[in-house]
Ligand binder design. Structure first.
Ligand code: EPU
Length: 439
């Protein structure tokens, strides 16, 4: 796989960026929406699908199963799964992309069987699928675990509705079981379900096709299954904006913006970040689908000296709490804020590993354990060579490189490409000195 890299000339702490930053469709909403195509009776068109690697990988898997997947204009993606006849996820791509496990629910419900390789852990930590397997079992499925993966079979009459309590809210688990329950016999209740906006979007999409779902966005989702495919809706469903991209742009704008307008976003989806940044002193104007950030000016600062923001603690939490996917970008903010902050990552156990690299850039971060770190600021950052370990840490490095003094070389751009559509083009348009070097 190509490993492009970015060369970034840092701003050395100056707030000079000006212009508009459009937010693209959400990766984590696009993937379950694409998986849902397996439940529709014709070609499903989805709007606002970002041009990102992960959408490409999932499209490739669907094609290997027999679907037709075409890009339309304007971010549309057209998925026709009527000729799908295979139920085994292709190993190579499926292993590369943990989120492919989202396909298990709709395949099992529609064909009565599915097999997939063990998705395994990944760099952000141990990522089990026990809640998925237990959920499918409660719906009557049997599973066999072999060395190379899982094979699930629905009972002869098809999956049965049931009552499932998640021991911990799981986003993809809630989504894939919801997708299965839409085609199961009878009613399914998902309790302690994930409340993320991506889950709500999926429920709305399924309902537009005739599914009976209530309670999405709360911990209890009720689904009444139907033994027939969903109807393709007349109006093209549009994937919701990426709240993590919007939040990362907000942090960048606070640290390096002179006047930045973040467009096509849903500020309500990142309310927690907006509230925290405002407490820190960031000047954010919020509209229904935009956010504008300008440097704060204190009366005593008529000479133009930028205000130093105040620090805040972070504890990651399921929605509407602080998203784990924004934890690394927020830590970059904290390195520039005054005070000492405790960062507590509660969702994953490998999501503070990037701290070492930020420290090497000049940040003052003490790691207590795999879940907790203390960040003391403000500390100027120096550019350097960086290898982003995953998508979200990659974005944090990018923000750090932009605010640092001097040049940074950012490797592993493929991780950033997995979730963000040609980010360098959008950043260049507001004045970031960034160049992609193709490899
Ligand atoms: N968990 C289990 N057993 C399971 C499933 C989950 O113990 O069977 C645990 C996980 O280990 C974790 C917690 O439950 O501690 C929550 O994990 P969840 O299942 O919600 O995560 P996910 O669905 O695999 C999605 C996003 C992630 C995001 C998390 C948390 C997608 C495709 N991925 O993952 O996004 O970090 O929710 O919000 O929706 C990313 O986009 O870079 C990314 C990693």
């Amino acid at each position: 796989m190509a490993d492009d890299f970015f060369i970034v000339q840092g701003l050395g702490g100056k707030r000079t960026l000006v212009g508009e930053l459009p937010v693209r469709g959400s990766k984590n909403a696009a993937l379950p929406a694409m998986a849902s195509a397996l439940l529709f009776d014709g070609a499903l068109t989805l709007g606002n699908i970002p041009l990102i690697e992960d959408a490409g990988f999932l499209g490739d898997i669907l094609e290997e199963l027999g679907a037709q997947v075409k890009r339309g204009g304007n971010g549309d993606l057209i998925l026709d799964t009527r000729k799908v006849n295979a139920t085994a996820l292709p190993r190579e791509i499926a292993k590369r992309m943990r989120a492919s496990v989202i396909l298990a629910g709709p395949l099992l419900a529609r064909f009565g069987e599915v097999s997939f390789p063990h998705p395994g852990g990944c760099v952000i930590g141990n990522r089990p699928i026990d809640f998925f397997l237990e959920g499918f079992q409660k719906m009557g499925a049997q599973y066999e675990e072999a060395k190379d993966g899982y094979r699930l079979r629905a009972p002869s009459g098809g999956l049965r509705g049931t009552d499932i309590f998640f021991r911990q809210p799981t986003v993809t688990g809630t989504e894939t079981l919801m997708l299965a329950a839409v085609r199961a016999h009878g009613a399914t209740t998902l309790r302690n379900a994930a409340m993320e906006p991506e889950v709500v979007f999926l429920a709305e999409l399924l309902r537009a096709g005739g599914a009976q779902i209530n309670g999405e966005g709360t911990p209890t989702i009720e689904i009444t299954g139907k033994d027939k495919p969903l109807r393709v809706p007349h109006k093209t469903p549009r994937v919701i904006p990426d709240r993590i991209e919007a939040g990362s742009f907000l942090i960048l704008a606070a640290l390096a913006g002179k006047d930045i307008l973040i467009k096509h976003c849903e500020p309500e989806h990142i309310r927690v970040l907006i509230e925290l940044l405002r407490t820190a002193g960031v000047d954010i104007e919020v509209g229904k689908d935009f956010m504008r950030v300008r440097p704060p000016v204190r009366a005593s600062e008529s000479l133009g000296k930028a205000q130093v923001y105040k620090s805040f603690g972070i504890k990651t939490h399921e929605y509407p709490g602080f998203p784990t996917d924004l934890q690394a970008p927020a830590v970059v903010f904290l390195t520039q804020a005054e005070g000492e902050a405790l960062v507590h990552e509660t969702i994953f156990d490998g999501r503070l590993a990037y701290a070492k690299d930020l420290s090497a850039m000049g940040a003052n971060i003490t790691l207590w354990d795999a879940h907790r770190a203390v960040v003391k600021g403000p500390t100027p950052l120096k550019g350097r060579e960086l290898h982003g370990p995953d998508l979200r840490a990659g974005l944090a490095y990018l923000i750090a490189a932009i605010i640092a003094r001097g040049k940074s070389v950012l490797h592993n751009v493929r991780f950033i490409d997995r979730g963000h559509e040609r980010i360098e083009e959008r950043l260049r348009a507001i004045g970031v000195m960034i160049e992609r070097v193709k490899n």
